[in-house]
Ligand binder design. Structure first.
Ligand code: 4NP
Length: 159
């Protein structure tokens, strides 16, 4: 079993989308050996479901999102195998938690796996228009799929 945690700022736009995209992809692959969750470095939106604009865009792409926003906790660095941040400011916020340094090797940017623009930030669509949500969806989808083939597919095959 491997555990993946997507991290953004509010946990209502980018990271719950990445969570939904990976869960959906695992279902299509029949891979039951991966657990997926998401969280935010802030507690601005704790308890809320994903932003209605994110949910609408995801549904237009065939993915129904359901997640209660929660804040990143120190124990997440212990419990999860992969912590994938949406942008560099998320990583800077993660650094403030006690267990970050010891688990630095579990942390990467989601877009380290983006074949089109590796290492870039996933743009924050919260203050932008509708165009932003589809752009974010496409970035997240291709990065999640390439993360899966690099890090999760081989594990699945070995079970
Ligand atoms: P997310 O987007 O980090 O992708 O969930 C944001 C959501 C809310 C805020 C910022 C970013 N906010 O400032 O409330």
């Amino acid at each position: 079993m491997k555990k993946v945690l997507f991290v953004c700022l509010g946990n209502i736009c980018r990271s719950p989308l990445a969570e939904g995209v990976l869960k959906n992809y695992l279902l299509t692959k029949g891979n039951r050996f991966v657990e997926v969750d998401s969280c935010g470095t802030s507690r601005y939106h704790t308890g809320e479901q994903p932003d209605p604009r994110t949910r609408k865009n995801a549904e237009q792409n065939g993915i129904v999102l359901s997640h209660q926003a929660r804040q990143l906790e120190d124990k997440d660095f212990i419990e999860f195998d992969f912590l994938l941040a949406m942008d560099n400011s998320n990583v800077n916020n993660m650094r403030k938690l006690r267990s970050f340094e010891q688990n630095r090797n579990k942390v990467s940017l989601l877009r380290d796996f983006d074949p089109q623009n590796p290492g870039a930030d996933v743009p924050d669509p919260y203050f932008g228009g509708d165009r932003g949500f589809q752009e974010v969806f496409e970035i997240v989808e291709r990065s999640v799929i390439s993360f899966y083939s690099e890090k999760l597919e081989s594990i699945f095959r070995s079970y």
